[in-house]
Write a protein that binds this ligand. Sequence first.
Ligand code: AMP
Length: 223
Amino acid sequence: MSRTLDILLFGPPGAGKGTQAAALAARHGIPHVSTGDLFRKNLKEQTPVGLVARGFMDRGLLVPDEIVCDMVRLRLEEDEAAAGSLLDGFPRTLPQADALEGMLRRLGRRIDHVLFFDAEDEVLVERIAGRLSCSGCGAAFHRTFAPPRTQGVCDHCGRNGLSVRSDDNAETVGARLLEYRAKTTPLLARWQGSDTLHVINAGRPIAEVERALALAVPARAEA
Ligand code: AMP
């Protein structure tokens, strides 16, 4: 029987998690579960979750734990996630990490790898300032470092609708970094010193980060 695989992408906003996530998930045959993307989808569809989340997202604050955890629980229970998941942007607080461990335990799984995207603040600010996102599939681009093949058009879904995320402005980015430092960085201590944690120097060019990720979590050998 093939083993399940649950990977976390962990790190500050702008570190490049979203840029690497889709390819990494595809390589391992697991779904990319981004809580930020799930909230943006809910927002677009004007669901109750989306409307509540908007008030927090617009201010760069974390959405309350119960809302995030319920959303992730439902996603992990879907058939598509039966073999594992690539969690991007979750958990971001200690209670979320406890909840995730409980969810996975009930499914007979555990966190296999934590990929910590480590980058200096100047890099984060520069990346967020040039970031473009597809309003259709959520794919991330950068004006300088990862431009789309055709200006304004998403390479992945073909939609002509690349735009700047509403929370990618200087004020909100400052609040997001503060939230990250106060509530998310304490999580690192949980994995420090264990084989689960891989520290990735995410300040390097995209292709180099991609190689470091492939080395950290090699593709599973065929059973
Ligand atoms: P992201 O796309 O990961 O940068 O997330 C965008 C926004 O969604 C964050 O600034 C939060 O407001 C919200 N969000 C995403 N993931 C979480 C989470 N795990 N916990 C709380 N809020 C979250």
